[in-house]
Design a protein around this ligand. Sequence first.
Ligand SMILES: CCCCCCC/C=C/C(=O)SCCNC(=O)CCNC(=O)[C@H](O)C(C)(C)COP(=O)(O)OP(=O)(O)OC[C@H]1O[C@@H](n2cnc3c(N)ncnc32)[C@H](O)[C@@H]1OP(=O)(O)O
Ligand code: NDP
Length: 310
Amino acid sequence: MTENTPDSGVKNMSNLAHGRYPGLPEPAPLGASALPPGTYDGTVVFVTGGGTGLGKAIATEYARLGADIVVASRKDDHLKAAREGLEGLGGRVATVTCDIRDPEQIAAAFEAAEEHFGLPHILINNAAANFPVPAEDMSPNAWRTVVDITLNGTYFCAREFARRHLDAGTPGSIVNIGASYAWTGGPGFAHSAAAKAGVKNMVETLAVEWGPYGIQINGLVPGLFPHADMTDDIRGNVDRASDKDPLQPALRAGRVRELGWAATFLTSPYARFISGHTLVVDGANWQRRALLNPPVVAVRDQMGRPPFEL
Ligand SMILES: CCCCCCC/C=C/C(=O)SCCNC(=O)CCNC(=O)[C@H](O)C(C)(C)COP(=O)(O)OP(=O)(O)OC[C@H]1O[C@@H](n2cnc3c(N)ncnc32)[C@H](O)[C@@H]1OP(=O)(O)O
Ligand SMILES: NC(=O)C1=CN([C@@H]2O[C@H](COP(=O)(O)OP(=O)(O)OC[C@H]3O[C@@H](n4cnc5c(N)ncnc54)[C@H](OP(=O)(O)O)[C@@H]3O)[C@@H](O)[C@H]2O)C=CC1
């Protein structure tokens, strides 16, 4: 091997860290909380996409602390899963069918939430859309769909929430769920990465615009958090790496409750002066750089696609 071949060094990494080093410790057990019991008694939390995956995990932590939860999403089976998973944990649970691409459906969903429990105090902007696709293969409608759900839908929900609080003269707190490729770019996810960059930027703008009215807004970025509800597209992508743990500096993936704990802190009475910030919960994965970077593999080769043809 000559000294500058792309894989020089890579083949010599026989001292892989996994199994040799401990990595970041496991978190406290499911059901534990850093916040006092009852922190969210009497608080209404509106969670988009709260019937699956990370949205459900976030809603779970609020429910355990006493919150009333409203879950909004499109599919009946997801709404049913929200009711089944959240009922009995703490506060009350309501679900509402809503496609966040449509501002009228969002207004109707907030109206329904108010009828159930009153104006939500907290909005978790969690719903998003994503699938891996080489940028050159992506159809205009695929781009529009992901941007419409992830960026436009997030803004429409924040707008509806804020307008209602401005009208009522009450404070509120918003958390936008992001992704670290908002900063780094996301090969294979051009649509989602661009949309999440907008979601992060929106946090910074709205925190300044709405702070005077008592509305706090922060971003919360999950790293790799595998869960049972992942769409086939995302699951397939995650499964391409047979063992995820050695790919993370933490030597493990995130446990979904860790994201729920971060959300419940950000909107708690203990975080009132934090606004316009985006908290990354990924064990430092997005800052990962190697002394010798691995060889570059084009996205379509990573996805096993044939050469591009018009
Ligand atoms: C290490 C790897 C993991 C990194 C993770 C990175 C961090 C981000 C994670 C996430 O965001 S996870 C959230 C993922 N969850 C979801 O996406 C749930 C919601 N998703 C959906 O409802 C669908 O997947 C959808 C396609 C996004 C939207 O469904 P909808 O019914 O509204 O649209 P369609 O009519 O089905 O499709 C619209 C458009 O998009 C094209 N398309 C759909 N899937 C693909 C695909 N896999 N590849 C390429 N193109 C796709 C579809 O063909 C349509 O385009 P046209 O054919 O009309 O041109
Ligand atoms: N899991 C991970 O490792 C990572 C996740 N993230 C982010 O975390 C958040 C949650 O992701 P995750 O739980 O993994 O994904 P899921 O696919 O499990 O959740 C997405 C949720 O969004 C809802 N949703 C999608 N489109 C719409 C729409 N048009 N209107 C209303 N609701 C909609 C879905 O419900 P329904 O189909 O019923 O509408 C679903 O409940 C997302 O913002 C994602 O980008 C970021 C980085 C990594």
